[in-house]
Design a protein around this ligand. Structure first.
Ligand code: T4K
Length: 424
């Protein structure tokens, strides 16, 4: 049973239909802001019982029993030998990068949350941004091979939207060229590749259990790996290098997961089936609701694989009646806070932008995608009825395309009616 479901559909004014879209002066479709996602929350009673146990034990952090239980549960679910829980996914990435001995340069997709690139840079590794496959939005192995230099020590794949990157091709390439292969699996918890769970590929995979993720532990992350040495180093690193009282073996940091986070993580895992179900129902509602709208394509997930369907992403192409940015403005005016995940590409953010413009390759597909992708709301906090309101708005917006474009030009610059798009 999933706790804390807020159905925004209830607050949507469905009947009578607003005569005009809000951007044209009509009432907003949603009285409250419909965020791109609200955290999935499991059973409250179970969580509160775990929290009470933490307080009773007065063991709040530092490798407590709930963290160990969480690590075991994740390792078992993903069928991977070691799970080292961390305070968040970014620190888990940094520690994985360090434990895997990366140096020099690492090839990575720029179509990701900037944490992937920052984690490399933070460890002194230069991210070399590489072109993606426009069908999968993930690293294109042919381009990866072209980007390898004598300074390259690793490939860091990202399973964007939970869709697995070209794992087999990248594995073969990494082996052939003697490179380490890591995966940022922040989006891919609960997804599979050829029937095997994401988590067991490459030298290590990194998970995020941030509040916005499919399974959350408030904040949290983990390194999952079959490599016992890497896991041991990661355990040392997350706790200042301590192997025992007074025994520091190496440089480290504080990346420990707290007991409260593990309590939330365990409670989330128990509700996994509800999360899968809610996301699938919402996804199917989007698929039906967006069907036949010219220029809009909903990303697809492989039916043969286990998918969390945690990201509802549409591509708005040149043939659509409105551009992605214009559509976003129309939706924001309705209180539907769709987000431009991920815009711009990391190669167009500092400090990478300056370095990138100083000489690197064109990333045409990445730039094309970052201008077209829009993430829509989903998760257990909304129902297919709410999705129906959103898809209805998109359909009406596209039908009113020329009129809306004139209106938007009259309103003026993008930010004028979107008070700080991107923050919500
Ligand atoms: N690699 C990848 C591929 C990632 O996507 C991420 C994180 C990482 C690595 C790093 O993992 P962590 O270190 O985060 O564990 C959000 C998240 O903050 C970020 O964790 C996530 N990726 C990224 C995709 O999304 P923002 O800037 O969009 O967050 P924000 O605050 O705008 O929240 C998104 C929506 O969620 C808003 O509509 C508000 C809503 N929300 C958020 C929180 C935190 C809630 O309703 N409740 C909440 O508690 O980055």
């Amino acid at each position: 049973m999933t706790g804390g479901i807020i159905d925004h559909g209830a607050s949507a004014r469905r009947e009578p239909r607003p005569s005009e879209l809000a951007i044209l002066g009509g009432p907003k479709a949603f009285a409250d802001r419909l965020l791109v996602g609200r955290p999935n929350v499991g059973d409250r009673t179970a969580l509160m019982e775990r929290m009470a146990g933490i307080l009773d034990r007065r063991l709040l952090t530092n490798d407590g029993p709930l963290v160990r239980e969480f690590e075991e549960a994740v390792a078992e679910l993903l069928d991977v030998r070691h799970c080292v829980a961390m305070a968040n996914g970014t620190l888990a990435l940094q520690i994985a990068i360090c434990a895997a001995g990366l140096e020099g340069e690492a090839i990575v997709s720029p179509l990701t949350f900037v944490a992937t690139a920052h984690a490399l840079q933070w460890q002194g590794i230069t991210p070399v941004f590489c072109e993606v496959d426009p069908r999968t939005h993930n690293l294109d192995p042919t381009h990866v091979e072209d980007a390898i230099s004598e300074r390259t020590s690793a490939i860091v794949g990202v399973h964007l939207w939970g869709r697995q990157c070209a794992i087999d091709e990248l594995t073969a390439l990494a082996e052939r060229r003697g490179l380490a292969l890591l995966f940022d699996a922040a989006h891919a918890f609960g997804c599979s590749h050829q029937g095997r769970m994401i988590g067991g590929h490459g030298k290590a995979e990194v998970l995020s259990f941030h509040a916005t993720k499919f399974v959350n532990s408030f904040e949290g992350g983990a390194i999952v790996t079959a490599d016992g040495d890497l896991a041991e180093q990661a355990r040392l690193m997350r706790n200042h290098g301590f192997a025992d009282y007074d025994d520091v073996r190496r440089v480290g940091t504080n990346a420990k997961m707290s007991e409260a986070a593990a309590a939330m993580g365990l409670t989330s895992l128990e509700a996994l089936d509800d999360f899968y179900r809610a996301n699938r129902e919402n996804y199917e509602a989007y698929r039906a609701g967006l069907d036949g709208i010219g220029g809009i394509e909903l990303i697809s997930y492989e039916e043969a694989e286990l998918c969390n369907r945690h990201y509802i992403v549409i591509e708005v192409d040149e043939s659509a009646a409105l551009s992605r940015d214009d559509l976003q403005r129309v939706l924001w005016a309705e209180n539907v806070l769709a987000r431009r995940y991920f815009f711009p590409g990391c190669h167009r953010m500092e400090p990478y932008r300056s370095a990138f413009s100083a000489g690197a390759r064109e990333l045409t597909e990445v730039d094309r995608l970052t201008d077209r992708l829009l993430a829509l709301t989903t998760g257990t906090a909304i129902s297919p009825a709410t999705v129906g309101v959103v898809t209805d708005l998109i359909r009406r917006a596209m039908a009113a395309g020329p009129r809306l474009r004139r209106r938007l030009r009259a309103i003026g610059p993008v930010d004028a009616d979107l008070s700080t798009p991107g923050r919500s």
